[in-house]
Design a protein around this ligand. Structure first.
Ligand SMILES: Nc1ncnc2c1ncn2[C@@H]1O[C@H](COP(=O)(O)OP(=O)(O)OP(=O)(O)O)[C@@H](O)[C@H]1O
Length: 337
């Protein structure tokens, strides 16, 4: 997979450039007794790489399908590139590339032939340039050598790559990728990250879903955490990580002296292997450092303990694992109580 930068993405004919590439309000999807998505208000800023993070069954795929107009919401509104769905779908969709589960490739055609069929229905692709666009997309996702083989014989990773190639046939204003690294080996995962970084640099907005925090941290500028069908945290990745950082880890050889100085200042602290951990409740990092330095404590290093998203996501995942005996309906209804 190459990561060459494609042409910058224009804002041509899907109306004036919106501030949000996608927006949902009160989005809800109910399948029978299962509430798959509930009250989701999602903001995808233009130019962002937004990671949709959540454990299995948290509603990522359903939300993405509603964003793309593939599934009709039970309630709520979706705006895609400034166009309200479902009416605006025809205007918005040509500017949106998507990799979603089950892209419907023909099993007995080769990867290249499949992609040519997709290219034939691309409104933004001039007839004469379709063949070259297919070859470029195949190269970009590292499928050039396997392009002549039948789709039926592709591994999961190769199928993912072909789906990604279809999303990349023309420069898009918005690219939506549902679990794009699913089935890929570590090298393939790195390549997908490269493609996402490349799309971002070229001006596309990207929405990417994953159940792996590491994946989101490596690629995203923004994140929306989903749990049991609802968004429990959303915003800039850096701000989210920072906002919940409630402790400061201080590396020092003078542990006793540090604890005494902090306790004298009514600052909550406890010893760790490397020094002390200070809870930033009713105090700030500069105030803690000032108290330590004034007491003559040798501070070798001070860093915020990254709670935030990591802790939040761990809690969610643990809750999900503990709920294995419950059906999806029980789990969601319990969450809604
Ligand atoms: N077509 C459907 N019919 C019935 N239930 C569905 C359907 N699609 C999704 N669900 C249910 O909705 C809930 C959310 O599923 P969804 O696939 O959106 O989650 P997800 O976060 O994408 O999960 P995963 O990471 O496993 O793909 C699950 O309980 C799922 O079983």
């Amino acid at each position: 997979m190459t990561t060459s930068t494609s042409a910058r993405v224009g804002s041509a004919d899907a109306g004036p450039a919106p501030v949000l590439a996608a927006r949902t309000r009160g989005l809800r999807k109910v399948y029978g007794r299962t509430v798959a998505v509930d009250r989701v208000d999602l903001d995808v800023p233009v130019g962002a790489v937004l990671g949709m993070l959540g454990p299995n069954g948290s509603g990522k795929t359903t939300t993405i399908r509603m964003l793309l107009g593939l599934v009709r919401p039970t309630e709520g509104e979706v705006e895609l590139l400034g166009q309200a769905l479902p009416d605006g779908v025809a205007a918005a969709l040509p500017h949106v590339g998507a990799l979603v589960e089950g892209p419907g490739f023909h099993p007995f055609l080769s990867g290249r032939e499949n992609l040519r069929r997709v290219a034939a229905f691309e409104p933004l692709l001039a007839t004469g340039s379709a063949r070259q666009a297919v070859e470029d997309a195949l190269e970009r996702v590292g499928l050039g050598a396997a392009a002549h083989r039948r789709y039926r014989g592709y591994s999961l990773g190769m199928k993912q790559r072909l789906g990604l190639a279809a999303a990349l046939l023309v420069p898009r204003r918005l690219i939506v990728l549902d679990e794009p690294t699913n089935g890929l080996d570590p090298a393939g995962t790195r390549e997908v990250r490269g493609v996402i970084a490349d799309l971002h640099a070229a001006g596309s907005t990207v929405v990417v879903s994953s159940h792996l925090l590491s994946e989101i941290e490596a690629t995203c500028t923004h994140v929306a955490v989903l749990h049991r069908g609802t968004v429990v945290a959303q915003g800039g990745l850096a701000e989210l990580l920072q906002a919940d950082s409630s402790s400061l880890l201080v590396t020092t050889p003078d542990v006793e002296q540090a604890l005494n100085a902090l306790r004298a200042g009514r600052i909550s602290a406890r010893p760790t292997e490397e020094g002390v951990r200070v809870e930033l409740i009713g105090t700030t990092a500069p105030a803690v450092l000032e108290a330590l330095v004034r007491a003559g404590v040798a501070v070798h290093e001070a860093r915020r303990h990254r709670t935030g998203l990591e802790d939040l996501f761990a809690r969610l995942t643990e809750a999900e694992e503990g709920d294995h005996n419950l059906s999806a309906v029980d789990t969601i209804e319990e969450g809604a109580r």
